[in-house]
Every structure is written in structure tokens, then in C-alpha cells.
Design a binder for this molecule. Structure first.
Ligand SMILES: *[C@@H]1O[C@H](CO)[C@@H](O)[C@H](O)[C@H]1NC(C)=O
Ligand SMILES: *[C@@H]1O[C@H](CO)[C@@H](O)[C@H](O)[C@H]1NC(C)=O
Ligand SMILES: *[C@@H]1O[C@H](CO)[C@@H](O)[C@H](O)[C@H]1NC(C)=O
Ligand SMILES: *[C@@H]1O[C@H](CO)[C@@H](O)[C@H](O)[C@H]1NC(C)=O
Ligand SMILES: *[C@@H]1O[C@H](CO)[C@@H](O)[C@H](O)[C@H]1NC(C)=O
Ligand SMILES: *[C@@H]1O[C@H](CO)[C@@H](O)[C@H](O)[C@H]1NC(C)=O
Ligand SMILES: *[C@@H]1O[C@H](CO)[C@@H](O)[C@H](O)[C@H]1NC(C)=O
Ligand SMILES: *[C@@H]1O[C@H](CO)[C@@H](O)[C@H](O)[C@H]1NC(C)=O
Length: 799
């Protein structure tokens, strides 16, 4: 019945000859009063009509006809009058006899028009591609919506020298926002933040030259487009492929209101209908998008939630509903020559430098530079390890604040003399306090070593001033900005965008040729080598059976999927079918640290690098305050080496996967790890913290230094002339105690296969760190982060 009425309505509205194509012909109009008054593309994918954007406010829009599940909103791809919505009553889109297509508000004035003129008859047609075309009956196009994009580019739609994408203002407000995607005067496709007061370009990363970003500025044709298979290419040689390349899905490239450019694919879920998943995005770390938190504020990344803005100490939010307006000083700041500075570590403010030459300043000189100017609000002070001197950037504006443990510089906020006493309180407020209620998870960085070598990584690390966040062209990082209420749909979303995916059991059975080539066996399960359908060689771990439900497994596995660090093996996916639980990760051709130690293929330099890299990987797992992933089985068999001998820690996150399922089996959940590497807490049933990994790490380092196997111990001849077996740790400790006065004990324990070729200073540090890590009392052990710092300091001293 309903269909019949609808049909009759269409027949009445649209010209009879074209009723199957549903076009709008001359002298007819679409009205905002009738929600069924829409044009539909012949394939039924797109609709065009009046779309409600607020109370009694409508825009003429094109949207995907199918409504994604769990969402009340349509997916709008184009709007005629986004900045000037019309009334719900008596507003009309009309095709005039003059050939002009106009949108009139409440029947009175025109808010939008195509400005077309034609003497021949015209029709307005919505094509299968989502292009709304005004054409003559002879087939000549006079106007098309593809030439006037709003925030979305559809497949086949060209982005040209004359067009740009402009983001929406917010999730609920479709009017023009602050972010733009366009070709700049250098012919480079870029993202620009165009805020109320400032503008800046933030993609490609502004601190790199076009050769570093791989952009080609000499093609002035300025054309970019997305094909239906998911390849995007631009005349500046920027290209990307969507994670689900090749599949024929509905796609859209949208510049979202948060300034991130994302490619979405409409995927159908088995029972849940359809949903948009992100199959590529420009930024993994949303904090590096400019203007995110406004002036004088700090953006930090909270896992599972996304970015979080906060004000600098002494500043307050300007508008409590809108972070983009930033923060303002709580008190009047009148700067003078005797002002103080509040140091805030791991905090970066990009741009707005007051001095051109930042190099080779002492801290005092930098302070003086800032104090000399009434404009200087703060300065950034970083030590450049490659150049061997410090850099000082005095700031006249505090924009793009970003806090991450991976930024090694310190930010010094100028505090006027009259309010100096606040100082102490402020520092506390901003400092990381591990005992306070909300653990703060900070932004993370993932650099694909294939693309960016480690050497370069360190260089950029220090030069880039927050230039850490390499625009994620390859890997995409999850962020839950739109859907904070976590559900299984979110997990799909996460999995799709990290490239971390679900495999079927059959797929993995095929990849491993029926689980034949076993390459390892550990506490959690058996590892097989396999070749995936796309020819990637994978290590596939079949976990021992647990009675864990699939949703719990998925929840944990999604955390593992989010872990990305150059010193962790890359996780590619998982399988959860029936009782089968498998994890798929990259396979490391160079074998484990254990293999390499026993074959004596590691010189001293490599061993130090491996100790440092492993510490970085573990430090990342432990993450600042929140011990959210303990490894619990750190040993040389679980540390793999890449072709450059950079370590990659494997098998992380298993403790998480198993502990939940093993609630009923306390012995299983209690004892974890490998004899020889296990911290005393395990034995004495003390609380398990990240310090158990620190302990194991200490033992691994001792192995690397001595070349001895911790599981076997050391054969010694005791005072009575009897052969005896001693633990590696106690052997080293005893040697140290006995000959502490002289340095000869070092020579006695160091791996003889190194033939005396090592740096004695580094060696001392390394052994010192290892012994400290292996302290009996967990509080006496450093954190992994401190270990990284100690080793890095040693490395810097010796440059
Ligand atoms: C519908 O559109 C197609 C192509 O746009 C055209 O070939 C066809 O003749 C149209 N059908 C009618 C009934 O107008
Ligand atoms: C959307 O944002 C614009 C610009 O800030 C503002 O003028 C307008 O009132 C907002 N609309 C709604 C419905 O909030
Ligand atoms: C799409 O991109 C991939 C990877 O960059 C490439 O191998 C493939 O040839 C591209 N396909 C087309 C049709 O350009
Ligand atoms: C410029 O880019 C366009 C579009 O990608 C391409 O067709 C053309 O060959 C390029 N021209 C040059 C000189 O590279
Ligand atoms: C965001 O930051 C503010 C200020 O630091 C803090 O109070 C709040 O708890 C943070 N939110 C989350 C979700 O971490
Ligand atoms: C805060 O911003 C919102 C949205 O931009 C605006 O509607 C509101 O009036 C502002 N409030 C104040 C106090 O300025
Ligand atoms: C840094 O400055 C000092 C003097 O302040 C100078 O002696 C030194 O050579 C400079 N170092 C470099 C690497 O430019
Ligand atoms: C950390 O926070 C706790 C509780 O909020 C407080 O008692 C403690 O003094 C703080 N520690 C530091 C060093 O600020």
C-alpha cells in the first residue's frame, strides 16, 4: 500500500517520460515539506532532497540512501546550502524555465542557485555515481554537483585546481568548518587549518621538503581522484590504496570535522546491516592536526577515546562547549624581565617561532632570549643528538600543543614575576602522577622501518620538533571520535583501519599447510610458519584451548591490534572460531635473539642496540603510568631481529589474552613466564606489576653481555674444587662483590667471544642497568622508561 502511494507520488511529481529515471524536469520542484520528495539514482544508492540539519532547518543534499546500522543519521555527501539552511515550510528547489535551478527559502528569497541559463528543456538527474547533473534533454551537462564538492569526494569525482573539500563544523553542525583539502600554489595536495584567527598547513608534514614527503610539485595539472577499487592518486604523485583495495564497495573520501582525511567503505556486517569503516586515513595521531585544541592548550592522545584537550597551567577554557577556541590566561599576564619559567616535559608546540636561528643555545641563553621580548610567551628547548647541541625556539603564539612521551624536548612556559608562587602547584598539576585516579595514556608513534630507516628515525626524532608523527600514509591508526560507546561494531571499525583483521580458520590452515611447520612453542601455544594468501610470510600462533568467549577474546585482541611500535613484531590479525584462537603476526627471517646469541653473530654494537631497542619496545608496552600490557615472558626466544638487527619483541599481550579465560585455573594464571627469567614476585605470590618484565629484561641483558644461557646457569668450580651449577644472576653478583675494587670483574664476566672488543663505558652502564633491573625488590628496579633514558644518555655521551 505504502509503495503504491509512493509510486503515485513519484508519478505525479516527475515528468512521465522519465519516471523510471526519477529526474526533476522544468517547472517542477521539490519541496522541503514532503520528506518523500526525493530524487533517487537509478541504482538506488543515492538520494537527493531536503535534509534536516536542525530545528526547522533544511539543506538540499545528496546522501547515501541506505542508512548505516546503529546510526540515525544519513551519510550526506553533498550540500547545496550548508551555510544557509532553509525553513522547513515552503522552501523549494525549482528548475526555472530560464534554466536556472534555485533553492528558495520559505518561498521568498533565493539562498542558492546554479546560475545556469538555457533556452532548451532541462532535467535534473541524479546519476549512479552520486553526481547530480543538470542537463539538456540532448544530454549536454550544464551544471553538476561533482564540480562543487563540500566535504566529500566520491569515486570518479575529480578534485581539481578549482575545487576543494571543506570540513563540517562539528559532528552535528554541517556548516563549513575550519579544515580544507586543496592544491596549494606549489601544486601539492595539502590539508589546511583555516581557523578564526590563524591558518596553517599541516599535511603533508610542513617541516619536510617535498622530496622528503614524496610529493612532486612540478605537475600543474592539479588533479586528484579516487577510483572505485579504492586507489587514490593525485598529480603531485601522492597515492594511497585503501585497506580493502579491490573490493567493489561504496566508498567516500571525507574531510572530517576533526581535520582528518578519511576514506570510508560501506561494509555489510552479517546480521547488523551496513556500516562505514575507515579504510585509510591521513593521520594516525590526531593531535598533530593543527587547531585541534585551539590556542594555549595541549592535546594528548587517549587510547580508546581519542584526543583530549586541556589548558596550559594558568589558562582556562574560553568556551566550554568548543575546544577549538582554545584557552586564555586566568590572570592578566604582564611580562617583565624577571619572569620565571615553568618547565613542562614531553610537550611540543609547533610553529610561531620568534627567532630564526634556534641552534646551539644554552638554556640560560634561551631564557634570556625569551625574557628580552615582551611577545615571547614560552620557549621550546631540545637537545639535538645528531648535531650535538641544543635548539631553542622562542614562541610568540602557543598553538598546536601536543604532549607525548616520545617528544624528548621540554617546553618552558613563561610565568610573570607577580604570579610566580603558583609555580609549584602548577608543575604538579601537569606532571604525570601515577597514583592519581585517571591514568593518562599519551600519543604513540609508529614508524614503519621499511620506509623510514632507524637512523633517520633518530634524526627526525630530534630535528623535527614534534615531527615525530609521520603522516600515516601506510598504516592507519584507530581513533574513536565518533563512536565512544564501544560495541562490537567499533571493533570492526578498529580492525578495518589498523589493517589488523580477522582470518578464518580455513585460511590459516591453508597458510600453514595444515599446521605442519612448527617454529616455536611457548607458554601460550604453538607457533607455525605460514604464507598468507597475499604472500606475506607470517608467524601463526595457535593458542592452547581456553574456555574464553569470543567477545572477551576480541576485546583483548583489539588491544593487541592497536599496539604498534618499531620494536614490537607487527600483528596482522587473529582468528576466533569455535574453540580455535590464533594470532597472526609478521615472521622474522633473522630469527630470535637466542638463535643469534648462540651462533655468535652479534658484535658489541649490535648487542647494545638490541638492549636499547628491546627496552623501547617494552617501555611502549608499559606506557607511562598505565601498565596495560605486561609481557610476562621476556626472554631471548621472544625477541626477534630484523634485517638491520633491530629487535622486535614478540608474544606480547598474551598474558592479557589468557588471564581472563583462566579465572578458574589459578595456577595457570599465577605462574607465567620461563624459568630463569621469572621475577621473585611470581614465586612469592606478590602483586604482579610491570616490574616483572623489568626483571626478565635485566636477565636477558646479562645474557647478552655474558653470552651465557640463563636457563642453564653457569658451571663453576667451588672452593673445594667441586664443579657446581650457579644461576647467572648470582654468578655475576658474586663476581662483582669479590672484585668490586678493581674493574677486572667486568673482564671476567663479559662474553669471551667478543674478544675484548667493546666500549667499556657502555658496558659498565649496561651491566649496571641489568643488575638494577634484576633487583629482588620490585621497587628497587627502574621502570622500562628509565632504562631507555639511562641507555640513551650513555649513547649520547659517547657521540
Ligand atoms: C534513463 O537514463 C538513461 C541514461 O541516463 C537513458 O539512456 C534512458 O533513456 C533513460 N530512460 C528514460 C526512460 O528516460
Ligand atoms: C553551526 O556553526 C556555525 C558556525 O560556527 C554557527 O553559526 C551555527 O549557528 C551552527 N549551527 C548550529 C545548528 O549549531
Ligand atoms: C592500486 O594501487 C596498488 C598499490 O599501490 C597498485 O599495485 C595497483 O596497481 C593500483 N591499481 C590501479 C588500477 O591503479
Ligand atoms: C600530471 O598529472 C596528471 C594526472 O595525474 C598526469 O596525467 C600527467 O601525465 C602528469 N604530467 C606530467 C608532466 O607528469
Ligand atoms: C582529559 O584531560 C583532562 C585534563 O588533563 C582530564 O581531567 C581528563 O580526565 C582527560 N580525559 C580523559 C578521558 O583522559
Ligand atoms: C560557545 O561556542 C558555541 C558554538 O560555537 C556557541 O554557540 C556559544 O554561543 C559559545 N558560548 C559562548 C559563551 O561564547
Ligand atoms: C656552540 O657555541 C659555542 C659558543 O657558545 C661554540 O664554541 C661552539 O663551537 C658551538 N658549537 C657548534 C657545534 O656550533
Ligand atoms: C599523586 O596523586 C595522589 C592522589 O591524587 C596524591 O596523593 C599524591 O600526592 C600525588 N603525588 C605527587 C607526586 O604529586
Amino acid at each position: 500500500m505504502g509503495t503504491l502511494i509512493l509510486f503515485m507520488l513519484f508519478s505525479a511529481l516527475f515528468a512521465p517520460a522519465t519516471s523510471t529515471n526519477r529526474t526533476l524536469s522544468e517547472s517542477l520542484s521539490l519541496s522541503s515539506e514532503n520528506p518523500e520528495d526525493v530524487l533517487t539514482s537509478p541504482n538506488g544508492v543515492f538520494s537527493a532532497g531536503f535534509y534536516s540539519v536542525g530545528d526547522n532547518a533544511y539543506c538540499f543534499a545528496i546522501w547515501f540512501a541506505s542508512r548505516p546500522s546503529r546510526s540515525q543519521d544519513r551519510t550526506v555527501v553533498w550540500m547545496a546550502n550548508r551555510d544557509q539552511p532553509v525553513n522547513g515550510r515552503k522552501s523549494k528547489l525549482s528548475l526555472l524555465r530560464t534554466g536556472n535551478l534555485i533553492l528558495s527559502d520559505a518561498g521568498k528569497f533565493t539562498v542558492w542557485e546554479t546560475n545556469t541559463i538555457s533556452i532548451s528543456s532541462l532535467e535534473l538527474v541524479l546519476y549512479d555515481t552520486g553526481n547530480l547533473v543538470l542537463r539538456t534533454l540532448g544530454g549536454e551537462n550544464l551544471w553538476e554537483s561533482f564540480h562543487f564538492p563540500t566535504d566529500t569526494l566520491l569515486p570518479q569525482q575529480l578534485l581539481t585546481r578549482n575545487t576543494k573539500l571543506v570540513s563540517a563544523r562539528s559532528h552535528t553542525n554541517y556548516s563549513s568548518g575550519f579544515y580544507k583539502l586543496l592544491f596549494d600554489i606549489d601544486n601539492v595536495l595539502c590539508l589546511i587549518y583555516d581557523g578564526a584567527e590563524v591558518s596553517s598547513s599541516y599535511w603533508p608534514a610542513p617541516w619536510f621538503s617535498s622530496s622528503q614527503t614524496g610529493r612532486f610539485p612540478f605537475n600543474s595539472s592539479r588533479i586528484a581522484f579516487l577510483d572505485s577499487f579504492g586507489n587514490f592518486s593525485s598529480s603531485d604523485k601522492f597515492t594511497f590504496s585503501s585497506a580493502d583495495y579491490g573490493q567493489l564497495l561504496h566508498r567516500r573520501l571525507t574531510l572530517d570535522y576533526d581535520g582528518n582525511l578519511r576514506l570510508y567503505s560501506l561494509e555489510s556486517l552479517d546480521e547488523e546491516g551496513e556500516m562505514w569503516v575507515v579504510s585509510w586515513q591521513a593521520f594516525q595521531i590526531p593531535c598533530t592536526i593543527h587547531g585541534v585544541c585551539g590556542a594555549n592548550s595541549i592535546c594528548s592522545y587517549v587510547l580508546g577515546i581519542g584526543r583530549n584537550c586541556s589548558c596550559l597551567p594558568g589558562y582556562k577554557m574560553i568556551n566550554h562547549t568548543d575546544w577549538s577556541q582554545g584557552c586564555e590566561p586566568e590572570l592578566d599576564l604582564s611580562y617583565g624581565k624577571s619572569d620565571g619559567f615553568l618547565p613542562l616535559s614531553h610537550l611540543d608546540f609547533y610553529g610561531y617561532d620568534y627567532n630564526n636561528n634556534p641552534d646551539n643555545y644554552t638554556l640560560d641563553k634561551c631564557k634570556k632570549l625569551c625574557l628580552e621580548s615582551a611577545e615571547c610567551k614560552a620557549f621550546q628547548y631540545t637537545f639535538d643528538t645528531t648535531l650535538g647541541f641544543s635548539k631553542c625556539y622562542a614562541k610568540i603564539q602557543l598553538m598546536n600543543g601536543y604532549r607525548t612521551p616520545y617528544f624528548e624536548g621540554t617546553f618552558y612556559l613563561r610565568v610573570p614575576e607577580n604570579i610566580l608562587p603558583w609555580n609549584a602547584n602548577l608543575a604538579k598539576e601537569i606532571g604525570l602522577n601515577c597514583s592519581s585516579e585517571g591514568p593518562l595514556l599519551l600519543g604513540r608513534v609508529y614508524l614503519k622501518s621499511r620506509v623510514y630507516g632507524t637512523g633517520k628515525f633518530m634524526l627526525w626524532f630530534v630535528c623535527g620538533l614534534g615531527g615525530l608523527e609521520i603522516v600515516g600514509i601506510f598504516l592507519v591508526w584507530c581513533l574513536f571520535i565518533r563512536t565512544p560507546n564501544s560495541s562490537s561494531a567499533d571493533k570492526r571499525y578498529l580492525l578495518a583501519i589498523t589493517g589488523f583483521r580477522k582470518f578464518t580458520y580455513l585460511e590459516l590452515k591453508k597458510a600453514t599447510k595444515g599446521f605442519t611447520e612448527e617454529i616455536g612453542r611457548g607458554a601460550g601455544g604453538i607457533v607455525y610458519k605460514g604464507v598468507l594468501a597475499d604472500n606475506r610470510v607470517a608467524a601463526i600462533k595457535q593458542l592452547y584451548e581456553t574456555n574464553q568467549g569470543e567477545d572477551v577474546f576480541l576485546a583483548e585482541v583489539s588491544i593487541i591490534g592497536r599496539l604498534n611500535h618499531m620494536n614490537l613484531t607487527e600483528m596482522w590479525g587473529y582468528c576466533a572460531e569455535g574453540k580455535h584462537r590464533l594470532l597472526v603476526s609478521e615472521y622474522m627471517e633473522h630469527g630470535s635473539l637466542a638463535d643469534n646469541l648462540s651462533s655468535n653473530s652479534l658484535d658489541w654494537k649490535k648487542r647494545f642496540e638490541i638492549a636499547l631497542g628491546t627496552a623501547k619496545g617494552l617501555s611502549y608496552l608499559h606506557e607511562e603510568c598505565l601498565e596495560w600490557v605486561l609481557h610476562c615472558d621476556v626472554k631471548p626466544e621472544n625477541i626477534f631481529l630484523d634485517p638491520n638487527y633491530q629487535p622486535k619483541v614478540a608474544d606480547f599481550g598474551l598474558s592479557k589474552l589468557q588471564s581472563r579465560g583462566a579465572n578458574d585455573n589459578s595456577s595457570f594464571s599465577r605462574m607465567r613466564g620461563t624459568r630463569g627469567y621469572m621475577a621473585p614476585e611470581w614465586v612469592f605470590h606478590l602483586p604482579i606489576t610491570s616490574k616483572v618484565d623489568v626483571y626478565s629484561y635485566g636477565i636477558v641483558v646479562l645474557e647478552m653481555v655474558t653470552g651465557k644461557d640463563a636457563t642453564k646457569g653457569v658451571h663453576v668450580i667451588d672452593s673445594g674444587g667441586e664443579p657446581q651449577q650457579k644461576g647467572l644472576l648470582s654468578w655475576v653478583r658474586e663476581k662483582k662483590k669479590r672484585t668490586a675494587s678493581t674493574k677486572s670483574w667486568l673482564a671476567e664476566i663479559i662474553d669471551p667471544r667478543l674478544k675484548g672488543k667493546y666500549d667499556i663505558g657502555k658496558m659498565e652502564t649496561l651491566i649496571g642497568v641489568a643488575l638494577q633491573c634484576a633487583e629482588e625488590k620490585k621497587d628497587a628496579r627502574p621502570s622500562m622508561r628509565q632504562v631507555v633514558e639511562m641507555l640513551l644518555a650513555q649513547e649520547n655521551d659517547h657521540q
